[in-house]
Design a protein around this ligand. Structure first.
Ligand SMILES: [Zn+2]
Length: 495
């Protein structure tokens, strides 16, 4: 059974992989490393990578295991298993190693982070440039990139670690970024090909900080900055840059990004197979209720020509969280809606509630989070199944870029449920659900009602109540998609 599941997993992964190459910079010549992408996560060939950085690999076929000796450490990875051994210590990856063309592939960002101290060198993965940059000089400021976006220009300063910074604009269209505790290779940063938007880049090293100054070709009227992780970077977006006409050569070639409507909706029926989810006193099982609602939602979305529904399961079967995220990411879903019913030791607890992924801020949300994450915990060996660890794992890869949209989607769906259902509305809430953490799209988790509540268990057993829930969620998706389309239109006009 275990083996069968593994093969299913491998087949699922292999079918959607694409071969690609990234280059490791900073170890002599540029070294190619095979790369593939699954579910929007980049993986690199373990044997290529460890070979380039001076490790030795041994593949133990019967166990699907890869042993790596690297700088007096031994690492042991197993296919499709998120746990790996570092010497005798058990470590955990969010995305397990996958199989692709006779090799085991590891998630790039996570691997670099988990091996940082062994590597003895900070490696930064710059996905867009397909580069692994080793900062052998020990400088924390790695590179500056410039990109044309729909509404302006995006500048990114890639760092090896999180550092405090400050941005200010001075005369002559200079954008200056002071990075506290930053170190910079002045020549490396300044040396770069000419760009249509940027006239010059300069760097300064001070005793306790570094400064990167970027001279734009046009007037900087409005700009915003924020911090992003994986890789660590300071992002500065400049809107309404007024270009001097004679300097526009080459600029017109930059194409705006293709407009992407919200159409692929991933419906995730919680639990299933060996995981029943919550079970009511009357014997009603969460996995059956949520599958029924999911299939009804699929039908509604299917009938609406604007949408293409994708389900993570269409029958009573076990689907691990990794697989759910893979299905969603491979489908390039625009929204992810996970469907559950709630349960509580307090028999009176009742109502519907919609969650989005963020740190849980109250105890009730934390309890729901623990309950819904428990399928995932079952798979953790006892040593690392403490709640603290789980919180850490879940929050680690928090997709901050989708928090705003996820919250908006939660609000809209909850509004529709409240308007339609004759049960209490508990509003929206935030919690760290493992399943939402891995999908690269706005995502929500709907707790339709309490199966532990006698009245609501009875309601959940009725087809028309489940249909009412389904129609409310569908309405919410429609409203959100329309709102999003309108925003896009406004942005396109003001461009
Ligand atoms: Zn559930």
């Amino acid at each position: 059974m275990k083996l069968l599941r593994l093969y299913f997993f491998i087949a699922l992964v292999s079918a959607s992989l694409q071969a690609d190459t990234i280059f490791l910079e900073g170890y002599g010549d540029k070294q190619p490393i095979r790369k593939t992408t699954a579910g929007n996560i980049d993986y690199f060939s373990a044997s290529d990578f460890f070979h380039v950085i001076g490790g030795t690999c041994k593949w133990l076929a019967p166990e699907n295991r890869l042993e790596v000796d690297l700088a007096s450490h031994r690492l042991s990875f197993q296919l499709a298993n998120p746990f790996f051994l570092r010497d005798s210590e058990l470590r955990h990856l969010i995305y397990p190693p996958i199989y692709y063309v006779d090799d085991i592939y590891l998630p790039v960002d996570e691997s670099l982070r988990l091996l940082e101290d062994i590597l003895g060198q900070v490696l930064v993965y710059d996905r867009r440039q397909r580069a692994l940059v080793a900062t052998s000089s020990g400088n924390s400021i790695v590179r500056v990139t410039v990109e044309q976006k729909l509404n302006g220009i995006l500048l990114e300063i890639v760092l090896t670690e999180r550092l405090e910074y400050d941005v200010f604009v001075t005369e002559g269209n200079w954008i200056n970024v002071t990075i506290i505790g930053g170190t910079v290779d002045i020549d490396q940063i300044a040396r770069r090909r000419s760009l249509p938007q940027v006239r010059r880049i300069r760097a300064f090293q001070f005793e306790n900080s570094a400064q990167v100054s970027i001279k734009m070709r046009g007037k900087v009227k409005e700009y915003h900055h924020n911090y992003a992780a994986a890789p660590h970077r300071i992002q500065i977006s400049i809107e309404d840059l007024e270009f001097e006409p004679e300097e526009l050569e080459g600029f017109a070639d930059v194409q705006p990004k293709e407009y992407d409507a919200i159409d692929i909706i991933v419906i995730d029926a919680g639990h299933g197979g060996r995981y029943d989810g919550a079970v009511g006193k009357g014997g009603l099982r969460e996995k059956d209720v949520v599958l029924d609602i999911s299939l009804r939602l699929e039908e509604l979305l299917d009938r609406d020509l604007r949408f293409t529904p994708v389900l993570t399961r269409r029958k009573d079967m076990t689907v691990e969280l990794e697989q759910r995220a893979l299905i969603a990411n491979d489908a390039r879903g625009d929204l992810f809606v996970s469907i559950h019913v709630n349960s509580s030791k307090k028999r009176k607890a009742n109502g519907c509630e919609t969650f989005f992924l963020a740190a849980a801020t109250n105890d009730e949300a934390r309890v729901t989070e623990l309950l819904e994450n428990s399928d995932f915990q079952l798979e953790l060996p006892e040593a690392s199944s403490g709640n603290k660890d789980l919180d850490f794992i879940v929050m680690d890869l928090l997709q901050t870029e989708y928090v705003h949209q996820s919250r908006q989607l939660a609000e809209i769906i909850q509004g529709c449920l409240q308007a339609r259902l004759n049960i209490k509305s508990r509003g929206i809430n935030q919690a760290g659900f493992a399943v939402l953490n891995r999908v690269n799209m706005p995502s929500v988790l709907v707790e339709c009602a309490f199966i532990s509540n006698k009245v609501e268990e009875k309601l959940l057993g009725q087809a028309d109540f489940r249909q009412a829930i389904t129609e409310s969620i569908y309405q919410g998706i429609v409203h959100f998609a329309e709102l999003y389309d309108r925003e896009k239109e406004i942005n396109a006009i003001s461009r």
